[in-house]
Design a protein around this ligand. Structure first.
Ligand code: FAD
Ligand code: SF4
Length: 510
């Protein structure tokens, strides 16, 4: 064997040009490692899902005739360190050349760069052949600009890739149908049964338990329900087009106690591990829309396409434009601890109870639950962004740093001072009541501000604005809220602040 090629756990792209032909001089390697299970505490389903997809991918490569070394987490030769495992294979197989796919995570990128500097053989890194954009494309696009507006990037992507365009104009006459995507779901449009996979992961579960790998979260189904192979991912995508796309945009921001997924696609895990590419997803959705355009409104399709070619590519580009500094930004100087109930769901606030319990049960919450329930609360309670990042990076099966960090520290916690979001995503209870049925069964009253049974989000909201005036007071998008605050009765404001401060100091009682 002459060449060693490394495939990381989130690089399971069977369509990569590496795999087009077999070659006996090439050895592929994949490792399950404590280095990856232990750098943050992960949800049990996240660890299981990664290992299950990696094992399936390795088997498929071997079946296709490639030479593969696969280290399971409990393999005796597994050193549990990426570089030690690589060195071991280089020596053992007298390797003459090392190649790797560029990691999407800064930590691994750095580790591999440093490793390559120690090598005495030639080495090369290649593109993941997954995204629409390369790492630095977004930084180049915004070069010299003061603001990094997603909308500008998204429109450029639509034009560049000719998606939902008629000539140089947006199909349907509008770039963005965001305003049609703000409906509450009252059970009126039926949600078909979800597509669940029943991947047997009992062996992996045993391996994790035997090694005492520290995880959290629940795993009641005992089978992994998200796609772990390309064919499962394509099946999930087909199901999304046939059953969910029709209402995707309409209920994109809705939340409901009876429904975990509503009309969301559950494709993020498969996409982030690169089982399918954003191009696969966009092509399939557009083909379906072209065939069924009489039944599906453009607002549903545009809402979905925006997430894939807009937000997803934008978040990755922002990550590479601002790392490594981005990981320590804390523009609002928040220092509080994350409430203990984030790890248990044990709170009387019904919205948080549901969003957190869903996350603990399924390693999943949809975008608005992540942004406007857990994220909103963490920001209003002025939680340190490091604590918030660790929770988000651990709990979601789809959490990989390039997409988690920019969404959490940037979009949700405004710790980047507005690079991603032009104003903080914070709200009082009335927004949550508008978008969900959470408040109707809550211990608290979403209309009250200072009484014992007043919704905590209400006092926290005004207290947050008051305390962050120095950083936010000049933000033109916050002007209206500050003028409402300034017109409020001073005694009332004082009472609101006292309640908010009591909540922050005693979060686990609420
Ligand atoms: P759908 O609602 O069906 O959306 C389709 C796809 O669009 C998703 O699969 C995803 O690939 C993409 N997408 C949608 N919104 C975003 C976004 N803001 N950024 C990037 N891609 C997007 N997504 C992750 O993949 N990993 C994370 O770790 C992650 N952390 C987040 C943390 C916070 C605080 C917030 C607010 C959002 C986060 N997101 C993250 C984005 C989004 O919540 C998830 O992509 C989505 O909920 C996944 O479920 P789905 O596949 O059913 O998505
Ligand atoms: Fe959440 Fe407040 Fe509504 Fe309760 S009343 S569900 S705490 S927003």
């Amino acid at each position: 064997m002459k060449t060693l090629r490394l495939v990381l756990g989130d690089q399971l792209n069977s369509k990569h040009s590496w795999f087009k032909t077999t070659n006996d001089d090439i050895l592929y390697c994949l490792f399950e490692m404590r280095q990856e299970t232990d750098y943050v505490k992960h949800h049990i389903q996240k660890v299981i899902g990664f290992f299950a997809a990696m094992r399936a991918f390795s088997e498929a490569l071997q079946k296709a005739g490639h030479n593969v070394v696969y280290y399971k987490i409990n393999a005796s030769e597994n050193t549990q360190s990426l570089t030690d495992n690589l060195n071991q294979l280089l020596d053992k197989n007298k390797i003459e050349r090392f190649e790797y796919i560029l990691p999407d995570e800064y930590r691994l990128d750095n580790q591999l760069k440093t490793f390559c500097e120690t090598l005495k053989i030639p080495f090369e890194s290649v593109s993941a052949e997954h995204f629409y954009t390369e790492r630095q494309d977004l930084a180049n696009f915004f070069k010299g600009k003061k603001q990094y507006l997603m909308e500008n990037f998204y429109r450029d992507m639509r034009k560049k890739h000719d998606i939902l365009m008629v000539g140089d104009q947006p199909e349907g006459g509008k770039w963005n149908y965001d305003k049609s995507n703000r409906n509450k779901w009252n059970g009126d449009d039926d949600i078909p049964h979800y597509k669940w996979f029943k991947n047997d992961v009992s062996e992996i579960l045993k391996d994790i338990k035997n090694l005492d790998i520290e995880t959290f979260g629940n795993f009641e189904t005992q089978t992994f329900t998200y796609p772990i192979t390309r064919s499962q991912a394509l099946e999930q995508l087909k199901y999304f087009c046939e059953a969910l796309l029709i209402h995707f945009g309409t209920y994109q921001d809705a939340m409901h106690t009876d429904e975990t997924y509503l009309f969301h696609s559950r494709l993020s895990f498969a996409m982030n591990l690169k089982l399918i590419s954003p191009k696969d997803v966009v092509k399939t959705v557009m083909n379906y829309y072209r065939k069924h355009g009489d039944d599906i409104d453009i607002s549903q399709v545009e809402g979905f396409i925006r997430q894939i070619i807009g937000w997803r590519e934008y978040m990755r580009g922002m990550y590479w434009a601002f790392m490594p500094d981005y990981k320590s930004l804390n523009e609002l100087d928040n220092t509080n601890k994350l409430a203990d109930f984030f790890w248990t769901g044990n709170t009387k606030m019904n919205c948080l109870k549901h969003a957190i319990t869903n996350s603990l049960d399924n390693g999943y919450a949809h975008h608005i639950q992540r942004l406007m329930i857990t994220g909103n609360y963490a920001l209003l309670t002025q939680t340190h962004p490091d604590e918030v990042d660790d929770w988000y990076l651990g709990i979601y099966v789809d959490a990989i740093e390039w997409v988690q960090l920019t969404n959490t520290r940037g979009m949700s916690q405004y710790a980047d001072g507005g690079k991603i979001a032009t104003k903080p995503y914070v709200s009082s209870g009335s927004y949550i009541n508008k978008m969900s049925n959470y408040c109707s069964n809550c211990h608290y009253n979403h209309k009250k501000k200072t009484e014992d049974d007043a919704c905590p989000f209400n006092s926290l909201y005004w207290n947050f604005l008051d305390e962050k005036r120095e950083q936010l007071g000049t933000n033109y998008r916050m002007g209206m809220m500050y003028s409402v605050l300034d017109k409020m009765d001073k005694t009332q404001v004082q009472m609101i602040k006292e309640r908010a401060q009591h909540i922050i100091a005693n979060q686990n009682e609420y």
